[in-house]
Design a protein around this ligand. Structure first.
Ligand code: CP
Length: 306
């Protein structure tokens, strides 16, 4: 495996399966009275977050602590970034403090890749602009495999604001590597121009797609990244691309409903669907800790999980 995790597209099938299998072993740790391993004792993991996060930041912190690493949480708000300090100077400061791994979330697509030029340790992309969010895709794949028993041959619909979604891009690449087939469902205005080069198909009709799905992954409408009107109204969007109880009834009985969070309840997904037994939304958060433990463990060259 590479020293860094920047893009899901960089993961080979062997890399991806190794992460999922390691996460499965590490998930058993949570069942112990003291869910901690000494594997990364003496190592320092820095969480460098330039954008808001709840799930990703907290789960990377929990993952590093469960592996006994020292954790430094850095938020751009309240730091010298607010005084104009550049990403490079911030990186050099972290490097001088001996960071073994830097987990970065940044609004600029490509920022984690740039960081690899300045950091001697590992860089993990925790979401960069509209580009990628590889650990989200890994925890999503882990959740699908746990719930449905396999990934090869699964039919997955990813629905909603694909244009602004780093989760969609990472999932398309990772699921393709793992042998699943992906259909993107969105209004034409919320699809990237380059989607024709992605290894997936496209539909504009959610109700027609659902009966063929094993997994439907609903995405948040990212109002904060929208500079224009991409659909006539929220009501119209929900009517055509939202998942409510009635539309969920079109899914096969075994199919699951996913969402990376945070959700806009009542926009892309109703509260009934989000809280239904088919929903894996809370499991995804739990699984995120095991998957991020596996990523840190494999990147930082941990020995055996004891
Ligand atoms: N799914 C996800 O990345 O959530 P946060 O923005 O809360 O980290």
């Amino acid at each position: 495996m590479n020293r860094h995790l920047i893009s899901a597209a960089d993961l080979s099938l062997d890399d991806a399966v190794a992460i999922l299998d390691t996460a499965e072993e590490l998930a058993r740790l949570a069942e112990r009275p003291i869910p901690k391993l000494p594997t990364l004792r003496g190592r320092t993991v820095v969480n460098l977050f330039y954008e808001d996060s709840t799930r990703t930041r907290i789960s990377f912190e929990a993952a590093a602590k469960r592996l006994s690493a020292d954790v430094i949480n850095f938020s751009a708000k309240g730091s010298s970034v607010a005084k104009g300090e550049s990403l490079k100077d911030t990186a050099l400061t972290l490097q001088a403090m001996g960071a073994d791994a830097v987990v970065i979330r940044h609004g600029g697509s490509g920022a984690p890749y740039q960081l690899t030029n300045w950091i001697a340790g590992s860089v993990v992309n925790a979401g960069d602009g509209t580009h990628e969010h590889p650990t989200q895709a890994l925890l999503d794949a882990f959740t699908m495999r746990r719930r449905l028993g396999r990934l090869d041959g699964l039919r997955v619909a990813i629905v909603g604001d694909i244009l602004h979604s780093r989760v969609a891009r990472s999932n398309v690449w990772l699921l393709h590597t793992l042998g699943a087939s992906v259909v993107l469902v969105a209004p034409p205005t919320l699809l990237p121009v380059a989607v024709g080069a992605w290894p997936c198909s496209v539909s504009y009709d959610l109700s027609a797609v659902l009966p063929q799905c094993d997994v439907v992954m609903m995405l948040r409408v990212q109002n904060e990244r929208m500079t224009d009107a991409y659909f006539p109204s929220v009501r119209e969007y929900s009517r055509r691309y939202g998942l409510d109880d009635e539309r969920m009834g079109l899914l096969p009985a075994h199919a699951i409903v996913m969402h990376p969070g945070p959700m806009n309840r009542g926009v892309e997904i109703t509260a009934d669907v989000a809280d239904s037994p088919r929903s894996t939304i809370v499991e995804q958060v739990t699984n995120g800790v095991s998957v991020r433990m596996a990523v840190l463990y494999l990147l930082l060259g941990g020995t055996e999980a004891r």
